[in-house]
Design a binder for this molecule. Structure first.
Ligand code: 4AD
Ligand code: MG
Length: 444
């Protein structure tokens, strides 16, 4: 298919030149003797004008959306009012459509791509392989690609090393209720809920580490921010304090945004999806859990039972979202009570009811990061297993970290789809991944 240009957004170097482009018909429109095509190639869009004899050919007259085609012509500047991407159009003097490149016309699925509003969410998801071709969906996934690279860059700058922990495990991290169990050669195993425990084991030989891997949770409720399979950005940092952990999370989120904004193509996509997004001011608002509870009471935001919040309550999704809607900037909620947090969290020295833990909440989404300092004392960890009803035998490799060179360390997990929902202003994390998995859906 050879030498041709890509229709990159923000790439306007070719005006006045003759080029060859390859792509799919995103939209087509007849106007008198002219055929206007918006061609899409996954890199961008270009307006194509077909006129003269070419517009009277059988292929031009019967052209259908999503047909692939090859076009040669000259790139010409057009006025801003013409609504052509990058104020340019390609005046075609040749095009070619091999027979099998033609898309079946009148296809319901293709119409759905542009009229998503009239369709049920489930129906659209059945057709996700086609609806992904829509402008918003593809923009979000393009930003997602940039975000993944931005994390790699930001971690590289901080000299934090990438590792790849296993997905098949025999330990739980975030509670038994959401474990996906499977038969592993006759033994019970699970799909990992978090790579945290494995990351902790890497500190002594890799220094600070991160991973971007899938985590799995058998979430039994349908919410707009829970997936059964999500992309988890996790890191573990050695010889740090709780304050170091908070500053690091804040730095990382801001640095990733900076990298995204510095790339004109990504910045243009974000601007279209979420025009209001700006760099959050630092430091992020820090609020102890107990103060958050007071704040919720003062603002008449009830707990899940409809009662006023009290110390020890979970701050559920609805309350969390009310909070971020009102405060409308990133919030670190810190020092959650032991009872509502995972077994591995370090206890606060000044108030043993609470842990050195943090959730980072973003407007419109709520929690996007959960992190903590880790119990680094052998006896304290054993007591925590006991309290949680976990058999320490299965965790011997994890416990050994406390026997052979323990250290004050901590880390966090960030849900990539939730970060994207915030950056791209998407209502649900389901629209922030390729093929979402949640209760009741495992296809396409
Ligand atoms: O708060 P969580 O459960 O924390 C952990 O898993 C820690 N072990 C992470 C660590 O310290 N290394 O999950 C961390 C983040 C959440 O803040 C959320 O963004 C995301 O992972 N997450 C989910 N995203 C989508 N769907 C789900 N079902 C999610 N569960 C957690
Ligand atoms: Mg959490």
């Amino acid at each position: 298919v050879g030498d041709h240009i890509k229709l990159r957004k923000g790439d306007d170097g070719e005006k006045g030149t003759r080029v060859r482009v390859l792509g799919r018909v995103h939209r087509e429109r007849k106007q008198k003797e002219l055929l206007f095509i918006t061609l899409r190639d996954g890199y961008g869009y270009m307006q194509i004008v077909v006129g003269g004899q070419l517009a009277k050919t059988y292929d031009a007259i019967t052209l259908t959306r999503e047909t692939s085609m090859e076009i040669i012509g000259e790139i010409c500047e057009v006025p801003a009012g013409a609504r052509a991407p990058l104020n340019r159009e390609l005046r075609a003097d040749y095009f070619h459509i091999p027979a099998h490149w033609k898309a079946a016309g009148g296809d319901d699925a293709i119409t759905n791509r542009v009229s998503a509003d009239n369709q049920s969410h489930a129906h659209l998801l059945d057709l996700r392989h086609l609806t992904l071709r829509g402008e918003t969906s593809s923009s979000v996934l393009l930003v997602r690609d940039a975000v993944e690279y931005a994390f790699l860059t930001a971690y590289r700058e901080l000299k934090i090393r990438k590792v790849s922990p296993p997905a098949l495990v025999q330990t739980q991290v975030e509670g038994g209720a959401t474990l996906f169990k499977l038969d592993y050669y006759g033994q019970e195993a699970y799909l990992t809920q978090s790579s945290q425990l494995y990351l902790e084991t890497c500190l002594p030989f890799m220094g600070n580490v991160f991973c971007i891997e899938k985590s799995f949770r058998a979430e039994k409720s349908l919410t707009r921010r829970h997936l059964s399979e999500f992309t988890h950005v996790e890191a573990e940092l050695d010889f740090i304090t709780f304050d170091d952990l908070l500053s690091h999370i804040e730095h990382l989120i801001c640095r990733v945004l900076e990298i995204l904004f510095a790339d004109p193509v990504t910045a243009a996509h974000i601007k279209t999806l979420n025009p209001e997004l700006t760099m959050p001011s630092r430091p992020f608002l820090r609020m102890r859990y107990s103060d958050a509870i007071d704040w919720l009471v003062k603002n008449d935001i009830p707990n899940e039972e409809g009662e006023p919040h009290k110390f020890g309550d979970d701050i559920a999704e609805a309350a969390e979202r009310r909070m971020t809607d009102i405060i409308n900037k990133p919030i670190f909620i810190t020092h959650f009570p032991r009872e509502i947090k995972a077994f591995y969290m370090q206890v606060d020295k000044d108030d043993t009811r609470v842990t050195e833990s943090v959730d980072c909440l973003m407007p419109g989404v709520g929690e996007i990061v959960g992190g903590s300092m880790r119990l680094d004392d052998y006896d304290a960890l054993m007591a925590a297993f006991k309290r949680e009803g976990l058999d320490p035998e299965a965790y011997s490799w994890y416990v050994d970290q406390r026997k052979y060179g323990s250290s004050p360390h901590g880390g966090y997990g960030l849900g990539l789809e939730r970060l994207l929902a915030w950056i791209c202003k998407q209502h649900t994390v389901r629209d922030c991944c390729l093929y979402p998995r949640y209760m009741g859906r495992c296809k396409p």
